[in-house]
Structures are given as structure tokens and as C-alpha cells.
Design a protein around this ligand. Structure first.
Ligand SMILES: [Mn+2]
Length: 328
């Protein structure tokens, strides 16, 4: 019988000298949380008892926090992972080594499961990177069905929600795998919990931040710009989703200015404008960025921000130049 991906991963991880940490990107979103939880359950099932989920930075969004509570996700902050050390191994999920949004912990990153742009093998012994898939949750779900494992109800529900969120209800970059896995999970999931999560999309505090942010919206043809006046940049993507839902706007660039630099998020439904390329053109020579055709993110460190160039104008100028080239 052919080895499945899960078999391969497990046989590598059995050689781990000490603990195995599943690490999603920083400020984990629903797709990252459900992928981590889904993989955690599979590894435990296969006897890898010394497995933990670790993440860096704060979880800010109401729906992500609600997930932790509803599904009792055993995730710990890197700062609280006292046993984590250089002898431990890590499996990265929903992120790859070298991404701006993942902290390089002391662990040895031996494996990666992701659906973002492939960044090349960075010394992994196992890699499953599928940029054409809309969610990491769909990849993890496939590990279940491929191995004839039925996910328990809470895990099925979390994975279903992960697919739901990362593909914007199956309308953004959804592949046939996302749709197949969504369909198979649906009958196993608790839809009441999905309803509960959907009712926790934003907190009251976020509402005020959004209200301020929407006042900053500027539209230029199909482009919509939004500036978030808060350090809570996990709201950027969601704010961008709302801007893109404005009639006539097909590309959204949302950004937040923090002490450390500028965090950027892009959304595109315009076929000529790939969000990842747009972001890369904005951060060219000054920062890092990447993502998918439909959603992407980037960061410009504070020391690269020139005093003589107003950052709002800088971002808009670069985005408009890229847009005009692309749609010519
Ligand atoms: Mn994802």
C-alpha cells in the first residue's frame, strides 16, 4: 500500500529527539487555528504524544478567540512554551519559514503544510505546499479522508469554518479540493457552532475601529484604499473584504501604521491585478510581501519609511501605478 502524506510526516516526526510543536503563522486566523487543531488530533491519534501547538503574538479577532473557546483548542503562546528549545521540532502550518508573519522559534522546522506561494525548500524533510488551494484546512481535511479517519464533530466544524473563512464562503480562490472537503465535512459538523462563530465576527471594540477606518476610504477606479488607525492589524483583511464589496471596487489596499512599520493587506477580484504582485510592487525595495492572486499581505519596516515621502501617498502612488500598468 502506498504511504500517504500523513504516514510520511508521522514517520519523520517519530524521530524527533524531544517535543513536536505545530506552529501556525503569528496572530492565527481561523484557517490557521483549525489546521493546527486538525493536525494536532491526527498526530496524537498516530501516537505522537509529545505534540503541542505554539503560536506567537496575540490573537485579537473575536471569531478566532471564540474558536479557541468553542473547540477547546490547546494552543499556547511561544512566550509560555517553557519546554520549547533547540532540541524540539516544528511543523509549520498555513505559513512557511522566512515569511514576515511567522516568528522563527528556536525549534528545528522539519515540516511544512501550507497553501501560500511556495518559498522553496528551506531544509524541510517534509513539505506539502499547495498554492492553488484556498485554505490550509482543506489540505488537513484531506489527510483525514485519505487515511480513512473521520474527524470528530468539533474538528470537522473547525475545519469547515477554516475553509469557509479563507475562501470567503467559497467565493475567493476556492479550488475543487476546498469544495470537496467542505462538502464532506458539512454532514459531520455542528452548524450551530458555525452560526455562533458567524455571530462573533467582530467585537464591539472592533466596530469603532472599523467606523474610523471606513472614513478614510478613498476610491480610484477599481481601487479602494483604507487606513486603519490602530495597531490591531488583524482587522486589516476583514476591512479590506468590506471595501472590496463596495460596488465598482475590485481591488482593496488596506494598511495600518504601527511603531515598527506599515502592515499592508490587499484583496483583488480583478483578473488583471494579482494581489500578491500588487503588494510586491508596493513594498519593492522597502519591505516584504506576498500571498495569493486574491489575497496578500506585506510589511514595510519603520526604518525604511522615508520622512520625505508621506506614507499614504507613497502607498497610493505605487498601487495606482501598478494598477494602471496592469489594466492597460
Ligand atoms: Mn490560510
Amino acid at each position: 500500500m502506498n504511504e500517504t502524506k500523513l504516514d510520511q510526516l508521522v514517520s519523520i516526526l517519530r524521530e524527533a529527539p524531544d517535543e513536536v510543536f505545530i506552529q501556525p503563522h503569528n496572530v492565527p486566523d481561523p484557517d490557521a487555528i483549525s489546521s493546527s487543531l486538525g493536525l494536532y488530533y491526527l498526530l496524537k491519534l498516530r501516537g505522537l504524544e509529545k505534540t503541542k501547538i505554539v503560536y506567537d503574538q496575540e490573537i485579537e479577532k473575536a471569531n478566532s478567540l471564540k474558536m479557541l473557546e468553542l473547540f477547546e483548542v490547546p494552543m499556547i503562546r511561544a512566550a509560555d512554551a517553557h519546554t520549547l528549545g533547540t532540541e524540539d521540532w516544528a511543523v509549520l502550518v498555513d505559513a512557511q519559514k522566512g515569511n514576515a508573519n511567522i516568528t522563527d522559534l528556536p525549534t528545528d522546522e522539519v515540516a511544512v503544510i501550507d497553501h501560500h506561494e511556495y518559498r522553496g525548500n528551506q531544509g524541510y524533510r517534509f513539505e506539502d505546499v499547495r498554492p492553488n488551494v484556498g485554505s490550509c484546512s482543506a489540505i488537513i481535511t484531506e489527510y483525514y479522508f485519505e487515511n480513512h479517519i473521520t474527524p470528530p464533530q468539533d474538528i470537522a466544524t473547525a475545519l469547515l469554518y477554516g475553509i469557509f473563512m479563507d475562501t470567503d464562503n467559497l467565493t475567493r480562490g476556492a479550488s475543487s479540493l476546498d469544495i470537496d472537503m467542505f462538502y464532506r465535512l458539512y454532514s459531520l459538523a455542528n452548524i450551530n457552532k458555525i452560526v455562533d462563530l458567524k455571530g462573533n465576527d467582530i467585537s464591539k471594540k472592533d466596530l469603532n475601529l472599523y467606523a474610523d477606518a471606513f472614513k478614510t476610504v478613498e476610491i480610484y477606479d477599481e481601487l479602494g484604499f483604507l487606513r486603519l488607525v490602530s495597531a490591531n492589524d488583524s482587522l486589516l483583511g476583514t476591512a479590506g473584504d468590506i471595501v472590496i464589496s463596495v460596488s465598482g471596487v475590485n481591488i482593496a489596499v488596506a494598511y495600518a501604521i504601527r511603531d515598527t512599520g506599515i502592515k499592508l493587506s490587499a484583496r483583488s477580484t480583478c483578473p488583471q491585478v494579482k494581489a500578491s504582485e500588487l503588494i510586491r510592487s508596493i513594498v519593492e525595495d522597502v519591505g516584504v510581501g506576498g500571498g495569493h492572486d486574491h489575497m496578500a499581505g506585506g510589511f514595510i519596516p519603520q526604518d525604511k519609511v522615508s520622512d520625505s515621502r508621506l506614507i499614504d501617498t507613497f502607498i497610493k502612488h505605487r498601487a495606482i501605478s501598478f494598477y494602471e500598468q496592469a489594466v492597460l
